[in-house]
Design a protein around this ligand. Structure first.
Ligand SMILES: C[S@@+](CC[C@H](N)C(=O)[O-])C[C@H]1O[C@@H](n2cnc3c(N)ncnc32)[C@H](O)[C@@H]1O
Length: 166
């Protein structure tokens, strides 16, 4: 498979997981969180499929398309290792859908970051919340969900939060 094919499949998997996550939210009130604004593609998608939800974004450095930058009140700017612990005071237990897309191109660095933030990420979640992630997440409070039909297992990851997330 060419790198172009692989990039396209990754984006298709990402969109399919966000769409499935959003559809699973219908009976679940709560906030939406995006970890990793990047150029704003998935943030823009989330706000288009979930227009009535409040969305908070976490990003180290904003470099998104100008149309895809959240208001300052909905942006946690800085390193996730610092902003996630601080955010639990404000958003803890209230998030119904969390999308984590924090890959930097260095797999080892991204895996280490994912493991480090997982305990803070789960503190944001309400019971039954959905998590979509570009990285596998291992935490006792997260139960893996099967990916959408057309997404190869291991390409993108979906989880449901158990009742004990704190
Ligand atoms: C793959 S990009 C996100 C792409 C984005 N979801 C989109 O669709 O355009 C990953 C983002 O995660 C951010 N990121 C990576 N490590 C971070 C950290 N430790 N703290 C805050 N942001 C981080 C990077 O700055 C980058 O913008």
């Amino acid at each position: 498979m060419s790198r172009l094919d692989s990039a396209i499949r990754r984006l298709q998997a990402q969109r399919a997981c966000l769409d499935l996550g959003a559809s699973l939210l219908r009976e679940l009130p709560g906030l939406v969180v995006e970890l990793g604004l990047g150029n704003g593609r998935t943030y823009d998608h989330l706000r288009s499929i979930l227009p009535d939800r409040e969305i908070f974004v976490f990003e180290r450095e904003v470099r998104a398309h100008p149309d895809c930058i959240p208001e300052a009140s909905h942006l946690f700017l800085g390193d996730l290792r610092e902003t996630l612990p601080a955010a639990t005071r404000r958003l803890g237990g209230q998030v119904a859908l969390l999308h984590s897309d924090i890959g930097t191109g260095d797999p080892e660095e991204t895996a280490a970051l994912t493991a480090e933030i997982a305990p803070w990420l789960v503190r944001l979640l309400r019971p039954d919340a959905i998590v979509a992630s570009d990285q596998p997440l291992e935490h006792a409070a997260l139960r893996p969900l099967p990916p959408p039909e057309d997404v190869r297992p291991g390409r993108y990851f979906l989880y449901r939060a158990g009742i004990t997330t704190l």
